[in-house]
Design a protein around this ligand. Sequence first.
Ligand code: NAD
Length: 472
Amino acid sequence: MDTQLAIIGGGPAGYTAAFLAADLGMSVTLVDREPHLGGVCLLRGCIPSKALLHVAKAKSEAARLADWGVTFGAANLDLDAMRARKQRVIQTLTAGLKQLSVRRKVRVVRARATFEDSHTLHLEPAGSEPPEDDRLRFEHCILATGSEPAKIPLLDLPTDRVMNSTAALELPEVPESMLVVGGGYIGLEMGTIYAALGSRVSVVEMTGGLLPGVDRNLVKPLYKKLQSDFETIYLNTKVAAMADRNGAIEVVLEGDAKDGPRQFSRVLVAVGRRPNSADLRLEKTRVEVDERGVVVVNPRRRTADPHILAIGDVSGEPMLAHKAAHEGKVAVKALVGQPAEFAPRAIPAVVFTDPEIAWAGLTETEAKAQNRDVDVAQFPWAASGRARAVGRTDGTTKWLIDRASGRVVGCGIVGPGAGELIGEAVVAIEMGAAPRDLANAIHPHPTLSETLSSAADVHLGTATDLYRPKRI
Ligand code: NAD
């Protein structure tokens, strides 16, 4: 088989690149070992987790209505129905991708691809039907092989009671108790789901705080909420030993935790992800990888091999689907000779917990580390009419403004819906907006989006919903 562009990996990076390349007139072959397109994000990541987080949110919103004098009986959980509903979401989306690839005449091949040289892939069968040829010759190739959960040998027990995110998303049961190892994105989102379904959830995080790297004032309201939703949050703590004993997992903790060995019905390990670059036989090409297995690329997504580009998780942090898809577009534009490079001012990140945390551009933590001269303007949601109306005054919206240029360079939001609100911040930062632009743009009342213009007003000294006049 021959193709102009071979793409390895059918996740958000790979299918975005494939579809744009086909639209721009290239002949494209997309190779993936899975029976369906969508990658980790769609099949066992972002999408199924958000489907289950929707259930968790609806359930906790219902419980909050007690404040308003509305109470419901105990929830009746039908896990089979929940799994089937989640599966339907995945099936509809993956069927949509299949249709889009057929319409575009993108050839999709189910196979495991390895390199023979800088112009040839070897294709091994990945399902019951072998590919029509075991060799694919290409003019250009884009690596979009994604990442997989990192493993810690100590925690790698041969029992299904110790799960990674993939297994946890299958919702095998609602365990009586669950230990989440790793207080990052996955640990906290999955912990939120299982706690809402009724498990007693504990988290063990090796650093001194949840979500390391995220601004502490954004994490604080989430930490407070999780202290009541979760059983225990262990910080500065690691798992020293773990064993499968009589149908439970016994865990020995070391660090700040003072508890003796504890038993959990299940353990979820979520300690980061590693790029999928090891099994591609990249040594047959000129592609270079760093010590963590990340494929090294330039801003036009080119590797050290002139015929091979790389996008998405395999090419490094942050491992986020929207960043991956954007890189896919940049790579294809670079291939067809259009001016393009991956140089965003702001990549949004969202942790879909309750409250949500979202940020884009420069964070306060980074600003301090880099000694950047910024003003931080915050608007507490306690002063928002909408936040009051829905009983969620635990939020905060803040802008980071570069003092030299007078432009917004970062934004951080904590509160329900933060993930939707951050989109405006991305546009503002990318377009080089000044606080005045945000303050002068009339935001709809009563919405949480007003907190973005109000935080800009705080910087300007024109916030009227707070008493914080600028001293002149
Ligand atoms: P992560 O890097 O977000 O968090 C891992 C956490 O585990 C860190 O807090 C780390 O300090 C801790 N840790 C590492 N080793 C440990 C140990 N031995 N004991 C205790 N704690 C330990 O990684 P993740 O949560 O596995 O998620 C992986 C990636 O997937 C993220 O980097 C993110 O890019 C992506 N993701 C994104 C979203 C989203 O956008 N909402 C959701 C899920 C995952």
